[in-house]
Ligand binder design. Structure first.
Ligand SMILES: Cc1cc2nc3c(=O)[nH]c(=O)nc-3n(C[C@H](O)[C@H](O)[C@H](O)COP(=O)(O)O)c2cc1C
Length: 335
């Protein structure tokens, strides 16, 4: 990470705490047991950023590349294998999905821990939780306090216990069937001052969406009312202004905290849709790249039935990194 304000509190413990949120833990998750111990190589001295680039290192300890030899010539449906084979002319490292593996997000979560420290300086907080898995939606909107305090204490990172039970049931069922499930994560950024963003091409929502689409398996990003806004009338979708404790606020937040690519001062609300993991136990059709014959494969290896809970800290980290960049570049953070 470059451009970190000197004097910013950065410690191994602080980064480790974020990485620990990403680690697989539940039964529905991969059997890989990554410890993800972070080492700080440079840029931090006596617990403070020095202003020089910060280099962090996390070793991939739990490696088993054996199942991947079989799929070398038979691209897995839903994975990046085929377009990567074409683009990199067969030289791509296909083991574990190579650069397309969500393992790459370890670096993002580590960077996000530092970005969150930068955000703290201006009182901005980023929180996320699971709102849908396998078509099961939460029926109750949790409060911000609940999301802040409880999310990481729940196994599915979901704050509706009834919905969680049904989600878990569906995950187990999908697992038994050799199948997988996707879901939706909602993320809030609180206390963002109004006017942050650099229209047109550095619009805040555009930058946040860009970062979120860089997370593997993300298929949709929506702000505020999102796709539902297309079905509302202007009179229903507009957020009326009013004054609260001398501050301009809006009565509703269909905009999701952004207008014209600039923050409104209301919470930034973004939802991220993830597809189900592509690696499933069921037989699937593919093509042998050598013979161009259609063949059937079964994907082996240690995969998640549902990785949505593990993507929560990744979503938070991506949003935190984008906001930290904007706030630094636009002079909100004293360096
Ligand atoms: C936290 C996380 C864990 C993932 N774990 C798996 C997995 O175990 N098996 C799998 O097939 N895909 C998994 N994925 C998704 C793949 O990495 C992704 O679908 C694949 O690289 C193709 O990229 P695309 O879906 O963005 O097009 C995971 C994604 C995330 C965010």
């Amino acid at each position: 990470m470059e451009g970190c304000p000197p004097g910013l509190e950065v410690s191994q413990k602080l980064i480790q705490a974020e990485l620990d949120k990403r680690r697989p833990s539940g039964e529905h998750e991969t059997a890989r047991r990554e410890t993800d111990q972070v080492e700080i190589l440079s840029g931090v001295f006596r617990g403070k950023a020095t202003g020089a680039p910060i280099c962090l290192l996390v070793w991939n300890r739990e490696v088993d590349s054996s199942p991947y030899e079989e799929i070398r010539w038979t691209p897995r449906p839903g994975h990046a294998d085929y377009p990567a084979y074409v683009k990199y002319r067969g030289y791509n490292d296909y083991r574990g999905g190579g650069i397309f593996s969500a393992r790459l997000m370890v670096g993002v979560v580590a960077a996000g821990a530092i970005a969150k420290q930068i955000l703290k300086r201006v009182g901005v907080e980023v929180l996320a939780h699971v709102v849908e898995i396998g078509g099961v939606k939460i029926k109750r909107e949790p409060s911000i306090e609940e999301i802040r305090e409880e999310t990481y204490k729940t196994p599915l990172r979901c704050l509706d216990p009834e919905a969680s039970k049904e989600m878990l049931r569906r995950i187990e069922e999908a697992g038994r069937e050799g199948d997988s499930l996707g879901g939706i994560i909602e993320c809030f950024a609180l206390n963002l001052p109004p006017g942050v963003g650099e229209p047109i091409f550095g619009s805040l929502d555009a930058d946040v969406a860009h970062a979120l689409f860089c997370i593997p398996a993300v298929k949709g990003v929506e702000f505020g009312a999102g796709f539902k806004a297309a079905r509302l009338k202007g009179s229903e979708n507009n957020d009326p202004y009013r004054v609260e404790n001398g501050k301009i606020v809006t009565e509703t937040n269909n905009a999701g905290g952004v207008l014209g690519g600039l923050s409104t001062g209301m919470p930034l609300v973004v939802r991220v849709a993830f597809k189900p993991p592509s690696s499933i136990g069921k037989p699937q059709k593919t093509v042998d790249l050598r013979s161009l014959k259609e063949v059937e494969i079964r994907v082996k290896g240690r995969h998640d039935v549902c990785f949505i809970p593990r993507a929560v800290p990744i979503v938070e980290a991506m949003v935190a990194c984008v906001l930290a960049d904007h706030l630094l570049a636009e002079g909100y953070v004293k360096t």
